[in-house]
Design a protein around this ligand. Structure first.
Ligand code: SF4
Length: 325
């Protein structure tokens, strides 16, 4: 699989596959993909996370001990199904709060009303992941159960108790006035606060209860406290924004020292009618990721230096350095 093929697979997002071929390796997502079944496919050293969907025009079959993905009769890629550790390969990536008081219109989490895991439960999951000998990083994310401050407190407690594993720790939460300070003191290494979109009109339509300027300021502060190549932000592509806004948004984030993660938008049945998702085409993914790569290179930012969360995983996005070469 090369970058072109990965972009094509990401644009489709789903593959028809006999779930028996996945065995134990069925993964269910957190965040905007929550509640769906997927799997990690690795080919030629590149990784992509795909949904399993019998209605997809792409089909995966087993051939000579490999999984081969076809579009019509054309072979796109052959590779292996990859094992997750916790949510993704080689990381214990845990959503500690699977519910949310916010109501971003593209995200099913508030509708799913999932569990709030106790800190003890989270630590137990991390201990079990550590016992496999495969845990290279710990990543913590959270929706918001009662208040954003409480979620930061819970994340801080988990980080503090996980330093003993001596692996990098990343945290992605909604920021608070002192979340950078608290997480830095606790020993977190990397931070992700998601802007979701940099189109301000769309932002107020889709994430109206949140404050984009506060998130941007918190990201800038995180760069000052945690350093360069330690701060990133999910930036969804396909919510109705145009390329010009995306490019301006990339430039604004990069100027702040933040690495944007261009995430193809995914529609969820629980959000039908609330948002117009247009998953980006292969060409759009490639073009915007090339632009992102140039901007990162000029600013001395390198996605390969991140050790936690989505940038080393690359499952859901085309990586500007790891994938695009
Ligand atoms: S890229 Fe991020 S959201 Fe996607 S599977 Fe990897 S860690 Fe999870």
């Amino acid at each position: 699989m090369d970058a072109q093929t990965k972009a094509e697979l990401l644009a489709a997002g789903r593959v028809a596959i006999d779930e028996k071929l996945l065995g134990q390796n069925i993964v269910s997502s957190a965040g905007p993909g929550a509640g769906k079944v997927g799997f990690f496919f690795n080919s030629g050293g590149l990784r992509v996370k795909l949904g399993a969907d019998t209605k997809s025009p792409l089909k995966a079959i087993e051939k000579d001990g490999k999984i081969c993905i076809y579009k019509d009769e054309k072979l796109l890629a052959c590779g292996q199904i990859e094992e997750e550790l916790l949510h993704c390969p080689e990381q214990a990536y845990i959503n500690i709060t699977e519910t949310c008081i916010f109501d971003c219109k593209f995200c099913p989490v508030p509708k799913l009303n999932g569990r709030v895991k106790s800190v003890e439960k989270v630590l137990d999951m991390i201990e079990k992941a550590h016992d496999t000998g495969k845990m290279k990083a710990i990543s913590i994310t959270a929706g918001v159960d009662e208040t954003v401050e409480k979620e930061v407190e819970r994340a801080v407690e988990v980080v503090r108790k996980c330093k003993r594993y001596h692996v990098p720790i990343g945290v992605s939460v909604y920021p608070t006035i002192n979340s950078n300070k608290l997480l830095k003191e606790a020993g977190a290494d990397e931070i992700k606060y998601n802007v979701e979109t940099m189109d301000r009109r769309l932002y107020s339509e889709l994430c109206g209860e949140q404050d984009l300027d506060f998130i941007l300021d918190s990201l800038s502060e995180a760069v000052r406290m945690f350093g360069k190549n330690r701060v990133c932000s999910n930036f969804i592509i396909g919510l109705g924004e145009n390329d010009e806004t995306v490019m301006q948004g990339i430039q604004e984030l990069v100027q702040r020292g933040v690495v944007p993660i261009l995430r193809p938008a995914a529609s969820h049945p629980l959000r039908k009618g609330e948002v117009n998702i247009e998953r980006p085409s292969k060409e759009r993914i490639l073009q915007l990721t090339r632009f992102l790569r140039e901007e990162l290179d000029q600013a001395g930012l390198d996605t390969r230096l991140f050790r936690t969360m989505c940038l080393p995983c690359t499952g859901c996005d085309l990586g500007p350095h790891r994938d695009l070469g």
